[in-house]
Design a protein around this ligand. Structure first.
Ligand SMILES: [Fe+2]
Length: 318
């Protein structure tokens, strides 16, 4: 259940209207990496872990709801940045006097210029935020990434927070308004906070790599194919040990020759790894039984019920 409190989470303020900045701030509202995407991503992901991971369900719903609060802050900021645009446009019978909006500059010419460069906020939906990016492309459900598997979803969320963070970092380059900057810094900071929260949650799931269940074949997991000719670089991505599976990278300089002599890699034997096909098969079996049993045992066979209201009333903590 949701309810709305008419206080913003952060005290968003604007020193003066700035329709140009309002337009680019739409990226954080209805853009691919905006607050609505984050809110919907964590909200949708939460359903699949209600059983048997109520702790992750709790976190995802808390962060999804905070992202909605951020959407509200961005929307309110856009509305304030648009200042009197909405009122002026409603006054259709009168000659527009928007000197207040444009800091007293030659108002009408300036407003016409705005209409050309800033159609989203001045012409399409004058004076109010829309669920589009800054170029008017509508927000779309396909921006949301949810795979019903926490080791995948939490990593998607960490990447999502990185994109949101740089979005605010870039927006900060386009406004000098100290009040707006304070809001952007708050929003940017919360992305970094959320990144760490998702990372910490991911680390409570062990093993969490490779993501999901199947452990992958040791025949191919540590191969580096040198597939571009010219200046070659070596680094920890193709020499030494791999970061998670701790296997020795096998640098394959002549990829075509390797593919031909191994019957298209099928006959290749694992090299530089202690993992074996047999171990992988055992782990696959063990790891696929565990989550399956956890979900099944946490799901009653009949009378499915999402909430236990008595437990909720006591505010039980796990
Ligand atoms: Fe976030």
């Amino acid at each position: 259940m949701f309810y709305h409190v008419k206080d913003l989470q952060f005290n968003a303020r604007v020193s003066r209207p700035d329709p140009r900045f309002a337009r680019i701030l739409l990226e954080a509202f209805g853009g691919a990496n905006g607050e609505l995407t984050s809110a919907m991503q964590y909200f949708v992901q939460a359903f699949s872990c209600h059983n048997p991971f109520p702790d992750k369900y709790d976190m995802l719903m808390d962060i999804a709801t905070e992202e909605l609060a951020h959407l509200e802050i961005v929307g309110a900021t856009i509305q304030m940045l648009l200042g009197p645009v909405n009122g002026e446009m409603k006054d259709a019978a009168e000659t527009m006097d928007i000197r207040k909006l444009m800091d007293g500059k030659s108002a009408k010419e300036e407003f016409i210029q705005q209409a050309f460069t800033n159609p989203q906020c001045v012409v399409v939906a004058p004076g109010s935020p829309m669920l589009t990016d800054s170029n008017g492309n509508p927000w779309c459900g396909s921006f949301v990434s949810a795979n019903a598997e926490l080791t995948v979803d939490l990593q998607s969320n960490m990447a999502n927070e990185c994109r949101a963070k740089i979005g605010y970092e870039n927006l900060l380059k386009f406004t000098e308004d100290p009040s707006v900057r304070e809001t952007l810094i708050f929003l940017m900071t919360r992305e970094v906070t959320h990144f760490q929260q998702f990372e910490a949650a991911l680390n409570t799931i062990q093993p969490n790599f490779p993501p999901a269940v199947l452990q992958t074949s040791p025949k191919y997991s540590n191969l580096y194919f040198n597939l571009s000719k010219g200046e070659e670089f070596r680094g920890p991505w193709n020499e030494g040990q791999s970061s998670r599976l701790k296997e020795e990278w096998q640098y394959i300089d002549n990829s075509l020759e390797e593919v031909r002599k191994t019957n298209g890699l099928v006959d290749r034997k694992p090299e530089g790894t202690e993992r074996t096909e047999k171990q992988v098969a055992q782990m696959d079996k063990q790891l696929s039984d565990e989550p399956s049993n956890e979900v099944l045992s946490a799901t009653p066979e009949k009378e499915l019920m999402w909430c236990d209201y008595q437990k909720s009333e006591k505010g039980s903590k796990k």
